[in-house]
Design a protein around this ligand. Structure first.
Ligand code: NAD
Length: 484
């Protein structure tokens, strides 16, 4: 029988911590629906311990040399890589994603973030500003206690992407994973402390929106970084505003992927499949509105259907499996509903469209063609393996249609004409873009959205600014000239 029971529900002040009076959380393996762990929601006492220990530990942590902080994060990255196989298996049990993916994408990308910010920390400096005889200088200081709140699609990557820049800049973090996938973040806490992170600096508390809300509202918290849906983002942003807190909002999308007639067909089809079927479509930056220019449409759809038919769905723990279940029965029901709505509204089903028979929560990789801009499938985030193909004729037309959405997370363009590639990307309203590629998110590159898709950036140098604040210091070198 599969089990993934952690030592305890929470990790607080340097150790695993249990409080069995908190409401029960049953963690299930999405492929079978079997319960693999039983946890408890954080009680007010656990939340208090987490915030108090974070506030205490942060003061000493911020006083360390950045190179010393970086050394610990770098060691954690190495430990993650050493334990890669075990961590990938846990991620697969928690999320249902194929082990093929979790071995190369989830924890490895988290380790990259820890390594990157470990190296970046000592390079962050202020500036001196000459003012005649006087001068000013700036210091980049930590914010204090930061709260991280995660979604269920990339639970461990999300925890690492938030913890790494926060800790590198001298903050403490209290992290609340999604109640659907609570296991990976506990491992991150364990590994960070094994790498030498002092107690209290990275605490993990379990629970749903109520726990997230309590953390967000606490006056000791300086910043909230959320990865989640747009409606949750609006609630968390509003609550943070009450306390004038900093926020990073990594929210949902309905991103356009534009394929021009001159595109390399195999690359464009491959990217559209990656951008709709990887992680069974549960990726925020997915290119779920695939705009295909009319001249290439027939060939595009034919090749897409051929290649989609070859996708190997099955047991996520099987190395050969390329496509797993959705994370939960609720997500499965939601995605199947969107498929029914697409059919009722007149979209043409090219392939898929049914629940898969490989296990619980499967949905076949699904493609709809002749989708129009007003259909629900073109407007709402499905967060499942459902690709909408829309036709277009001209560059101006496709740009206007691609931008006609509340979202602005990502965008992609496939064309052999590089001038057109840059021109089109320049006019698309999106925070993260690709030309002749899709969904690659190396830590060196900023990641985040515009419009309703979010605020702030993760990864890259840009993240430093979202986990620190500037102090400006004026230095008077002469007598004070007072008129009194
Ligand atoms: P969700 O919005 O339901 O939940 C996200 C997190 O917020 C969970 O941990 C949840 O417990 C917590 N939460 C809910 N209500 C809260 C409240 N009032 N106060 C504080 N915390 C609260 O999202 P989900 O279903 O877990 O994830 C899917 C969504 O996340 C999709 O919309 C997807 O696009 C988005 N997402 C975005 C990114 C990105 O980087 N932009 C990455 C992954 C997922």
């Amino acid at each position: 029988m599969l089990t993934a029971q952690p030592t305890a529900s929470h990790f607080v002040d340097g150790r695993y911590h249990e409080d069995a009076t908190g409401a029960a959380i049953a963690v299930t393996y999405p492929h079978t629906g079997a319960v693999i762990a039983r946890l408890h929601t954080a009680t007010p006492a656990v939340i208090e311990l987490a915030l108090a220990s974070a506030a205490r530990a942060q003061v000493e942590w911020a006083a360390l040399r950045p190179v010393e902080r970086g050394r610990i994060l770098r060691r954690a990255a190495d430990l993650i890589r050493d334990r890669g196989a075990e961590l990938a298996r846990l991620e697969t049990l928690d999320t249902g994603k194929p082990i093929q993916e979790t071995e190369v994408a989830d924890w490895p990308s988290g380790a990259d973030a820890l390594e990157y910010f470990a190296g970046l920390a000592p390079t962050v400096t202020g500036e001196t500003i000459p003012l005649g005889g006087d001068f000013a200088y700036t210091l980049r200081e930590p914010l204090g206690v930061c709260v991280g709140i995660g979604a269920w699609n990339y639970p461990s990557q999300i925890a690492c992407w938030k913890a790494a820049p926060a800790l590198a800049m001298g903050n403490a973090m209290v992290f609340k994973p999604s109640e659907v996938t609570p296991l990976g973040a506990l491992k991150l806490a364990e590994i960070l402390h094994q790498a030498g992170l002092p107690a209290g600096l990275f605490n993990v508390v379990q629970g749903g929106g109520a726990v997230g809300g309590q953390l967000t509202r606490d006056p000791r918290v300086a910043k909230v970084s959320l990865t989640g849906s747009v409606p949750t983002g609006a609630r968390v942003y509003a609550a943070a505003a009450e306390g004038m807190k900093h926020v990073t909002m990594e929210l949902g999308g309905k991103s356009p992927l534009i394929v021009f007639d001159d595109a390399n067909l195999e690359d464009a089809v491959g990217a559209a499949m990656l951008g709709n079927f990887y992680s069974s479509g549960q990726v925020c930056s997915n290119g779920t509105r695939v705009f295909v220019q009319r001249g290439i449409k027939a060939r595009f759809l034919a090749r897409l259907a051929e290649r989609t038919a070859l996708i190997r769905a099955g047991d996520p723990l099987d190395r050969e499996t390329q496509f797993g279940p959705l994370v939960s029965p609720a997500q499965h029901a939601k995605v199947m509903d969107y498929i029914r709505i697409a059919q009722a509204e007149g979209a043409r089903l090219v392939c898929g469209g049914a629940a898969g028979r490989e296990g619980a929560n499967f949905v076949q990789p699904t493609v709809f063609a002749e989708v129009t801009d007003t259909m629900t499938l073109a407007r709402e985030e499905v967060f499942g393996p459902v690709m909408a193909v829309l036709d277009f004729d001209t560059e101006d037309e496709v740009i206007a249609r691609a931008n006609a959405t509340q979202f602005g997370l990502a965008a992609g363009v496939f064309t052999a004409d590089l001038a057109r590639g840059h021109r089109v990307i320049g006019r698309l309203q999106a925070g993260t873009c690709w030309i002749n590629a899709y969904n690659l998110t190396p830590v060196e590159m900023p990641f985040g959205g515009v419009k309703a898709s979010g605020l702030g950036r993760e990864n890259s140098r840009a993240a430093i600014e979202h986990y620190s604040q500037l102090k400006a210091v004026y230095v008077g070198m002469g007598p004070v000239a007072a008129p009194y």
